[in-house]
Design a protein around this ligand. Structure first.
Ligand SMILES: Cc1cc2nc3c(=O)[nH]c(=O)nc-3n(C[C@H](O)[C@H](O)[C@H](O)COP(=O)(O)OP(=O)(O)OC[C@H]3O[C@@H](n4cnc5c(N)ncnc54)[C@H](O)[C@@H]3O)c2cc1C
Length: 295
């Protein structure tokens, strides 16, 4: 029986960037973009579900994000996750990868023993690919990055195929382990209609707070009790629940400073014809080396 945790992130849909989304300072106005499930995290969830199909066990999804991140947790439940946790607190805002991995690793420790932690290789907004490896460090477990395929799990060990430059490696490792998953590792399964009907009303504490806001007839405690009894409550963890070190969370725990973000517009207008001769190619190579494109 395999216990897996999958880290999932809600990201702005950067495939739909149009003129009014870019701001003058070159940053993206996230409020104008739809929020979507980071694709590689959905693939990571699929890989975890396939392991559960093969070996049994349970799959727990979790995200650290704003209240609306519960949308992707419902999607995890639609796909087949057994539990989903929302980690949300204003004090977590502005977290860089160091602070993000601190919070995520503390939650993983809190919810109990695991065999696998799965992450996507990279989130499409921050793009650092650091959260997986940093979380493994903080959990003090080995990590295998760029995973393309899980070959087998037996005798407390896993055999995986991971991508390397120009080919692949087959790696064996003891459990527990953290794996970062590539987008081609699996095709995410469609939502199951029955699970959509069951979990479409699943709500986090913050969703329920919104329902009771300004409505004195609704009691939050009673709602949490009702949703929990119907298995529709998405456990929601705040800084106080987790008893974390405030100096390691959010802006306080984030040494990274982004000084400048530039909007780079690539133009396809410039082109030159190179003679298909030795001399023509030589000139091209010289120019590429001068521009530091070739080393
Ligand atoms: C323009 C810009 C530049 C930035 N530059 C930096 C920088 O240089 N250094 C830095 O430390 N931060 C930077 N950040 C902040 C960064 O977005 C956050 O640190 C973010 O919390 C995680 O980093 P990431 O998105 O790069 O995740 P990645 O490390 O790319 O994510 C890898 C995987 O980790 C998991 N994961 C990541 N975040 C979460 C989450 N919140 N909840 C659950 N699982 C998660 C997912 O499985 C994901 O696929 C930047 C943000 C922006 C918008």
């Amino acid at each position: 029986m395999i216990q897996s945790v999958v880290l999932v992130k809600q990201v702005p849909d950067t495939t739909n960037i149009t003129g009014n989304v870019m701001q003058e300072d070159g940053t993206v106005n996230r409020a104008k973009l739809p929020a979507v499930f980071n694709h590689e995290d959905r693939v990571a969830l699929e890989v975890a579900l396939q392991l559960k199909d093969r070996y049994g066990g349970s799959v727990t999804a979790m995200t650290m994000g704003p209240p609306r991140a519960s949308d992707i947790l419902r999607e995890c439940l639609f796909m087949g996750a057994d539990q989903a946790y929302l980690i949300s607190d204003r004090k977590f805002a502005g977290a860089d990868t160091l602070a993000t991995s601190y919070v995520l690793s503390e939650v993983i420790k809190k919810i109990g023993p695991f065999d696998f932690v799965f992450t996507g290789r990279q989130a499409i907004d921050g793009d650092t690919a650091q959260v997986g490896p940093q979380t493994a460090e903080k959990l003090r477990v080995p990590q295998i990055t760029y995973v393309e395929e899980i070959r087998s799990v037996a005798d407390g060990k896993i055999l995986v195929k991971r991508k390397v430059e120009g080919g692949y490696e087959v790696v064996q490792c003891k459990l527990p382990v953290l794996l970062t998953i590539l987008k081609d590792a699996a095709e995410p399964r469609p939502f199951k209609a029955k699970r959509v009907m069951t979990f479409k009303g699943a709500k986090s504490l913050l969703d329920l707070e919104k329902l009771t806001d300004g409505n004195s007839l609704l009691s939050l405690v009673a709602l949490v009790h009702e949703y929990t009894s119907r298995s529709l409550f998405i456990p929601t963890l705040t800084m106080d629940d987790l008893k974390l070190d405030p100096e390691r969370c959010g802006v306080h725990g984030s040494p990274t400073k982004v000084y400048k973000v530039e909007s780079v517009v690539l133009s396809g207008g410039d082109h030159r014809k190179i003679d298909p001769t030795k001399a023509g190619l030589g000139t091209l190579i010289d120019e590429l080396m001068e521009d530091h494109i070739l080393g």
